[in-house]
Design a protein around this ligand. Structure first.
Ligand code: TRP
Length: 353
């Protein structure tokens, strides 16, 4: 039997190059050798994006992008989280063994809670807690779904008994909590129900895909993204406008962060020969950033344009998208139902009539 791999993406907007190199391209590779489940975390999306009219479109966008990037529904199980009612049921049960304190101490919770309340300052945990408890109003509040986000994520993983969960560094803490909840449940009921999942190590250094604004990584909320579905003109324009500096003043000088970032993107998308050629040009001060950007746009387009074309094609085919997620849901539900039954049994929940 192949090891089970599971990962999910929240449906809060289109996928960008960071998602592609950080997650999607790895998902595609793994589907050859593992029993893979990839899903759209639309219930998680509701914790921050409760817009009912956008929900379905966002889910369809991501399914179409998954498929366009090379995920194959014959090889991997592709499904939508809200199609699996066993997930919310196990989430309720698992929450009985999760502490409010450990949830409140989770970094992602503190971030998102402060955002929800419009509090920007850093503060001690005590201050943050006071803010959260004291700053609610009719329009601003930290919903309980945000607090229990890690329980829901743990259930996504545990209900499929996944062994590997390929995720970025920002999700490590959630994975750590998942292991802790699994151990705790197993120990409390004296069962060996949930395996403890680990991140998947691809070897090599982890990729951090930088944005085009000179600092930090590419992120939906940063406005510095190249989207897989960007058209050619938009993409070229974005790359040509990327932040740089005034150019190297002396041979072999240290690169500034914006320039380093462009080279990182070039390394991800171009050939080693081209990278070396531009590195040499930087070292001897003959580099022209315009040329570098033109080359970079070319190389990015080679990756994204075929994905965009397939995306547009698939996205216009509602029936096909529906078929993929219907079949995915059937497979994912069968496994989820089995685990849920085992968990209920372990907890002593059974009908006595
Ligand atoms: N929290 C993840 C993110 O924001 C998405 C996610 C939800 C997930 N459930 C998961 C990832 C289960 C891996 C496994 O990126």
């Amino acid at each position: 039997m192949k090891d089970v791999v599971l990962s999910g993406i929240r449906s809060t907007g289109k996928l960008h190059l960071g998602n592609y190199f950080g997650a999607l391209s790895k998902f595609v590779k793994m589907q050859e050798d593992y029993d893979c489940l990839y899903f759209i975390a639309d219930l998680h999306a509701l914790t921050t994006h409760p817009d009912a009219s956008a929900l379905h479109d966002n889910v369809k966008d991501i399914v179409a992008e998954y498929l366009a990037a090379g995920l194959d529904p014959e090889k991997a199980t592709i499904f939508v989280q809200s199609d699996i009612p066993e997930i919310p049921e196990l989430y309720l049960l698992l929450n009985m063994h999760v502490g409010i304190g450990e949830l409140m101490r989770t970094a992602s919770f503190k971030d998102k809670a402060r955002k929800a309340l419009g509090i920007s300052r850093d503060g001690s945990d005590d201050e943050i807690e006071k803010d959260i408890l004291g700053n609610e109003s009719n329009s601003k509040r930290v919903n309980a779904g945000l607090l229990t986000y890690p329980t829901l994520m743990a259930v996504d993983i545990l209900i499929q008994k996944a062994k590997y969960v390929p995720v970025g560094k920002d999700q490590e803490q959630h994975l750590e909590l998942t292991r802790r909840f699994a151990r705790r449940f197993n120990a409390f009921y004296g069962v060996d129900l949930f395996p403890e999942p680990t991140n998947f190590d691809f070897g090599g250094k982890p990729v951090k895909v930088p944005g085009l604004d000179g600092s930090g990584k590419m992120g939906k909320s940063e406005g510095n993204c190249i989207y897989l579905a960007d058209d050619e003109k938009t993409l070229r324009k974005k790359v040509m406008r990327a932040v740089t500096d005034e150019g190297p003043k002396a041979p072999n000088s240290e690169m500034t962060e914006p320039v380093k970032n462009l080279f990182t993107l070039l390394e991800l998308t171009s050939t080693p020969e081209i990278v070396t050629q531009f590195r040499d040009a930087y070292a001897d001060c003959s580099i022209r950033y315009g040329d570098l950007k033109k080359q970079l746009a070319e190389d990015i387009l080679k990756i994204t344009l075929p994905i965009r074309e397939r995306f547009l094609d698939i996205r216009s085919n509602d029936e096909y998208i529906a078929k993929v997620v219907r079949e995915g849901a059937e497979r994912a539900r069968e496994r989820a139902a089995k685990t849920l039954a085992e968990a209920r049994e372990a907890m002593g929940i059974r009908r006595f009539w």
